[in-house]
Design a protein around this ligand. Structure first.
Ligand code: SF4
Length: 231
């Protein structure tokens, strides 16, 4: 099949399932969304910090330091001036402490020097900040600024690949997965939808054997309908 035909067919399928997927997912999230301190009173800064802290570690590890972190470094200016040893010591408990301290200070200095301490509001500018990729940029836009954007982490990537398995190549590019996510994400309720999809990927369509038997999306899911292993 030619590239253009593959994409036409894929996006016809995505669009045909979109409304039902959104509806079922949002219903599921009303009862199952996880509560974390970084999901409360969100600002672009708190979203950015949470995303850097959550990389390559678990939410339960970040829970141990998040509140103390925000109280010691309540804004980007205080973080840009942080004492590196003190910062590394705090990060020790969540791993990659030296690298994470470098990343946090690099980002903070860049935002202070280039944007006068205001985290930018456009994807292009966010992507120019060192260490910020598409996922973190979209998280800041959606969760921090309320600008509709589709967040694709490894959980969301897996959900999309399973849902549309029959219509995707064996190794779909990140670009194609992001396009599907962009297509599925609603403009209204965008923040709640993003959190719902992240949690759904972590809790139901999880790594390993997914919980298809209790999944509200199973009736639209290529993986489930193909009879693949599920719990
Ligand atoms: Fe994931 Fe299974 Fe649900 Fe499909 S049916 S979305 S594979 S949990």
């Amino acid at each position: 099949m030619k590239q253009a035909e593959f994409k036409d067919e894929l996006f016809n399928v995505v669009n045909s399932r979109k409304d039902s997927l959104q509806k079922e997912l949002l219903e599921w999230a009303k009862k199952n969304l996880r509560q974390f301190p970084w999901r409360e009173n969100r600002t672009p800064y708190s979203v950015l910090i949470a995303e850097v802290l959550l990389k390559r570690t678990t939410a339960s590890a970040v829970l141990r330091i998040y509140k103390e972190f925000i109280s010691l470094y309540p804004n980007i200016e205080t973080l840009a001036k942080a004492d590196r040893n003190k910062l590394e010591k705090m990060l020790l408990t969540i791993g990659y402490h030296k690298r994470r301290a470098d990343i946090l200070i690099d980002i903070a200095k860049h935002v202070v020097n280039k944007y006068n301490g205001e985290i930018p509001k456009t994807k292009e500018e966010l992507l120019e900040i060192p260490h910020i990729g598409h996922y973190t940029a979209n998280a800041i836009l959606s969760l921090g600024y309320g600008i509709p954007s589709a967040m694709v982490d490894s959980n969301v990537d897996r959900v999309i690949k399973r849902l549309f398995m029959n219509h995707l190549p064996k190794k779909p590019s990140m670009h194609v997965i992001q396009k599907i996510a962009d297509n599925l994400a609603p403009k209204e309720n965008n923040q709640f939808y993003n959190l719902a999809l992240l949690d759904f990927g972590a809790l139901v369509c999880r790594y390993g054997i997914p919980k298809c038997k209790s999944c509200p999306l199973s009736k639209f899911c290529d993986y489930y309908l193909a009879g693949k292993p599920c719990g």
